[in-house]
Design a protein around this ligand. Structure first.
Ligand code: AMP
Ligand code: ZN
Length: 458
């Protein structure tokens, strides 16, 4: 019996009924907000922006910022006026660590997430109960959008704890009404047992972990198409190429949807692909989305790559104005055959901090991944190491082979061809090392793709 027809489903708390407004056959979880026209969306954004600005001004940090910029809430009359507002950065969060950017008393906060920085203070993000409710709603909206319903079984194979991919998806999947398995990351044998025993139909994990899971399935003789009920994957939290996604879809035999999240905005739920898979819908009832030139900080035209800047519109505990995410992307469109007019952004090219500068050339790890994934002879795990030799910077790309082989001639040719294709893409020739499967490190969280051992950091 489906949960919809079972009278005991009445015990669901009110918010999970949101998606039922249009019934389970509706493709919208929040039809009221998902189907707004651009005009309606922008009117809603302006109204919410004004409230957010007033709310921010209860906090000393923002009072100072506004005074420095010489602006008051009255300066916000149109949506374009968002550009008058000061930017905020990760450094601001570090400088005000731990609670300096809170806009409600601490006693009104019920959760804290923290991301560890490589230098200095970590960042802290606070949530009120309403923030958590909205966040769960955002995640539920995404999962509903790609066809998940209360009869699905959702296995969250992502790290829990401070990393928002754990609790974020947990509460979102529960909000939708799915049986939700907090499997957490790692322990692939146990994951596979759960998938089979519980009839898991959907998994959330970082893409690098999905490929690892598939390798273990292969070792165990498990065919995801034949032996599981999997039908949807949500992959995200780390940059991955379209080629990597297609590989994952082919391996697992299901659709894999790109999920964008960041703890500063809440966590997962900020942007997600719809079934059209033509970019990530960023939810503009929750955020104002700007793409700016990272140097001049001026807006770039649609279609041009720039830095993603987000302003929260519904956050109580820690609203953020014009937060510089450092993620590089571009606007693909503002309408979609799926019926949503929320902006569509291209998959993240990487973070500006991930950019490697090698012999004067700017390179993103994702460019290298894109090429590697085009070779069926290669597995999905790779590592880029940067070193200095005398005065030259060098790059070594180590990549695992899909199948073991002793055919040195073939390996040599393969290596040569990889180098050639990489050179076309990144304009310099790296060293390429083909290694056996299982040789390179696999992290349970976000994959570490680059190790920079150069003497001089650029
Ligand atoms: P965290 O706050 O630790 O969850 O990290 C957020 C960052 O992870 C973002 O700013 C992005 O750089 C990265 N990220 C999250 N989701 C994606 C995604 N789908 N594609 C590419 N990068 C992502
Ligand atoms: Zn769409």
């Amino acid at each position: 019996m489906s949960k919809e027809t079972n009278p005991s489903s009445q015990i669901h708390s009110a918010p999970s009924l949101i998606g039922r407004a249009g019934g389970e056959s509706s493709s919208f979880f929040n039809p009221e907000f998902e189907t707004l026209t651009r005009e309606q969306l922008e009117a809603l954004q302006l109204e919410r922006l004004k409230k957010t600005v007033e709310h921010c001004l209860t906090n000393e940090f923002y009072q100072k910022k506004f005074a420095e910029a010489g602006i008051t809430p009255d300066d916000i009359q149109t949506l374009a006026d968002v550009r008058k507002l000061p930017f905020t950065t990760k450094q601001d969060l570090r400088d005000t660590y731990p609670f300096g950017m809170a806009c409600v008393p601490l006693r009104d906060c019920v959760r804290l997430h923290s991301s560890s920085g490589t230098t200095g203070n970590p960042t802290v993000i606070l949530h009120t109960q309403k923030d958590l409710d909205e966040w769960a709603n955002q995640v539920a909206r995404n999962l509903w959008m790609v066809g998940l319903r209360p009869d699905d079984v959702f296995q969250n194979s992502s790290g829990y704890g401070m990393f928002t991919g754990g609790l974020g998806f947990q509460y979102g999947a529960e909000r939708l009404g799915m049986l939700t398995v907090p499997a957490a990351a790692g322990n692939s044998l146990r994951q596979i047992k759960f998938i089979k025993d519980f009839g898991t139909t959907a998994i959330h994990a970082v893409p690098s972990y999905v490929t690892r899971l598939y390798e273990v399935m292969q070792e165990e003789g498990v065919d995801p198409r034949r032996d599981t009920k999997l039908r949807v994957l949500a992959i995200g939290a780390e940059p991955h190429s379209e080629e990597q996604r297609q590989r994952i879809e082919q391996m697992m035999g299901v659709k894999a949807y790109n999920s964008f999240g960041m703890s500063e905005m809440c966590g997962p739920g900020v942007g997600f692909e719809c079934p059209e898979q033509n970019g990530l819908h960023f939810w503009e009832d929750y955020y104002i989305v700007e793409i700016v030139d990272p140097e001049t900080l001026e807006p770039v035209p649609d279609g041009e790559i720039g830095e993603l800047v987000l302003t929260t519109l519904c956050r109580e505990a820690m609203p953020l104005l014009r937060y510089r995410t450092r993620d590089l992307t571009r606007v693909l469109g503002r309408s979609c055959p799926c019926g949503r007019n929320h902006v569509r952004l291209d998959r993240m090219r990487g973070r500006s901090d991930d950019m490697m500068v090698l012999r004067g050339v700017n390179i993103f790890p994702i460019q290298i991944e894109k090429i590697l994934m085009q070779f069926p002879e290669l597995a999905s795990n790779y590592l880029i190491t940067l070193t200095t030799d005398e005065n030259n910077d060098n790059m070594t790309v180590e990549v695992e082979l899909a199948q073991p082989t002793d055919d040195y001639k073939r390996l040599q040719n393969l290596e040569r061809e990889i180098k050639r294709r990489l050179k076309d893409e990144i304009l310099l020739t790296p060293f390429v090392k083909l290694v056996a499967k299982g040789t390179l490190p696999v992290s349970e969280g976000k994959a570490v793709r680059v190790v920079d051992k150069r003497k001089v950091y650029q």
